[in-house]
Design a protein around this ligand. Structure first.
Ligand code: ADP
Length: 323
C-alpha cells in the first residue's frame, strides 16, 4: 500500500461523503414537502367538513320544522290526505341528513387529530359516572335490538385525571360498535348482553416501575373478530366485510379515531376476541394523563401519535394484572 493509494482512497471517500451530503439534503427537502402536503390535506379536510356542516344543519333544522307542522296537521279533526306521505318523506330526509352529519363529524374529528388540532381539557373524572352516562346514552339503541346492558365497576376504581369528552368518545365508539354488530336474540339464539366493566390494575412494563392504571372495557357476546382482522380493524376506513354487505352503516374510522385519542390521553387500547364468542375492547388509562402542551391561550393542543399500543392497536407488550 503506497501513500498514493491511501491518498486516492481518501479522495474517493471524500467524494462519496460529499455525494451523501447532497442526497441527505435532497431527502430532507422531500421530507419537508411531504410534511407540508400532509398538513395541507388535513387543513383542507378540516375546513371542507366544517363548511359542509353549516348548510346541512340548516337542511336538518328546516326539515324538523316541517315535521312539526305535519305532525300538528295530523292531529287535526280532518287531516289532509297528504300528511302521512309527507311525514314519511320528512322522516327519510331527516334520517339521511343526520347520517351525513355523523359522517362529516367523524371526518372532521379525524382531520383535527391528524392536524394536531385536538383541544385537551384534563379534569378529575369519576369513572363510574362516565360509565353510567354512556350506558344511559346507548340504552335506547340497545333496547331497540333487545340487548341487555350491564355495568360492573369495582369499588376500588380511583377517580382519574383525564379529558372526559375524549374518554367518552372512545368508549362510545366501543359501545356503538358492540350494539351495531351484536345480533338480536332471535337471530343468534342466545341472550345478547353488553357489559361495561371498570377495574383498577397494576401495569408493569419491562424497564419501568409498576404503575396503577384503570381499565375500562366494553364486552359483547356478538360475532367476534378473527386474529387476522383484529390486526386491521384499527386501520383507517377498514371494515370487516366492508363494501360487500354494507349491512352496518359506518366509516371504518371509529377505531382509528379511538386509538389516536387514547394516545393523546396517554392510554392504550386492547382488543380480545374470539369468533362466535364475542369481543372485549378496553382502554387502559393512567391515573393522570400527560399534561398537554399549552399554546398560549387557555386551551391546549396536542399532536396524535404514540401511546396507543403497537401495530394495529392489538394487545402487546406490558403485562397487566387485575388487583
Ligand atoms: P365502523 O364501526 O364505522 O365500521 P370501526 O373503526 O369502529 O368502524 O370498526 C371497524 C370494524 O371493526 C367494523 O367495521 C367491524 O367489522 C369491526 N368491529 C368493531 N367492533 C366490533 C365488535 N364489537 N364486534 C364485531 N366486530 C367489530
Amino acid at each position: 500500500l503506497t501513500l498514493r493509494d491511501l491518498q486516492a482512497s481518501q479522495n474517493r471517500l471524500r467524494a462519496i461523503n460529499a455525494a451523501m451530503d447532497i442526497k441527505l439534503h435532497e431527502l430532507s427537502e422531500a421530507n419537508n414537502a411531504l410534511y407540508q402536503t400532509a398538513k395541507m390535506k388535513g387543513e383542507f379536510l378540516a375546513s371542507v367538513s366544517h363548511e359542509l356542516r353549516t348548510p346541512l344543519n340548516s337542511i336538518i333544522g328546516f326539515a324538523e320544522l316541517l315535521q312539526e307542522t305535519a305532525r300538528a296537521e295530523a292531529t287535526e279533526a280532518e287531516p289532509p290526505a297528504s300528511v302521512p306521505k309527507r311525514l314519511r318523506y320528512l322522516e327519510n330526509i331527516l334520517r339521511a341528513g343526520r347520517n351525513l352529519l355523523g359522517l362529516i363529524n367523524t371526518l372532521l374529528d379525524m382531520a383535527r387529530i391528524e392536524a394536531g388540532k385536538v383541544e385537551l381539557r384534563p379534569e378529575r373524572v369519576s369513572v363510574r359516572d362516565v360509565c353510567e352516562g354512556l350506558l344511559g346514552l346507548i340504552a335506547p339503541l340497545a333496547e331497540k335490538k333487545g340487548i341487555t346492558l350491564k355495568q360492573e365497576t369495582s369499588e376500588d376504581v380511583p377517580p382519574i385525571r383525564t379529558d372526559a369528552k375524549k374518554l367518552q368518545q372512545i368508549l362510545f365508539n366501543f359501545l356503538s360498535n358492540a350494539v351495531k354488530f351484536t345480533e338480536p336474540q332471535e337471530r343468534s339464539g342466545r341472550g345478547a348482553t353488553i357489559t361495561v366493566r371498570a377495574e383498577r390494575l397494576i401495569w408493569s412494563s419491562p424497564g419501568r416501575e409498576a404503575e396503577e392504571r384503570v381499565r375500562i372495557s366494553v364486552i359483547d357476546n356478538g360475532p367476534g373478530i378473527s386474529p387476522e382482522e383484529q390486526a386491521r380493524i384499527f386501520d383507517k376506513f377498514y371494515q370487516v366485510h366492508g363494501g360487500h354487505t354494507r349491512e352496518h352503516a359506518g366509516t371504518g374510522l371509529g377505531l382509528a379515531i379511538s386509538r389516536d385519542l387514547a394516545g393523546l390521553l396517554g392510554a392504550e387500547i386492547q382488543v380480545e376476541s374470539e369468533i362466535g364468542r364475542g369481543s372485549m375492547f378496553s382502554v387502559i388509562l393512567p391515573l393522570s394523563m400527560p399534561e398537554p402542551r399549552l399554546d398560549g391561550g387557555e386551551t391546549a393542543t396536542a399532536a396524535a401519535g404514540g401511546g396507543a399500543s403497537g401495530a394495529g392497536g392489538r394487545a402487546s407488550g406490558p403485562e397487566a394484572s387485575v388487583t
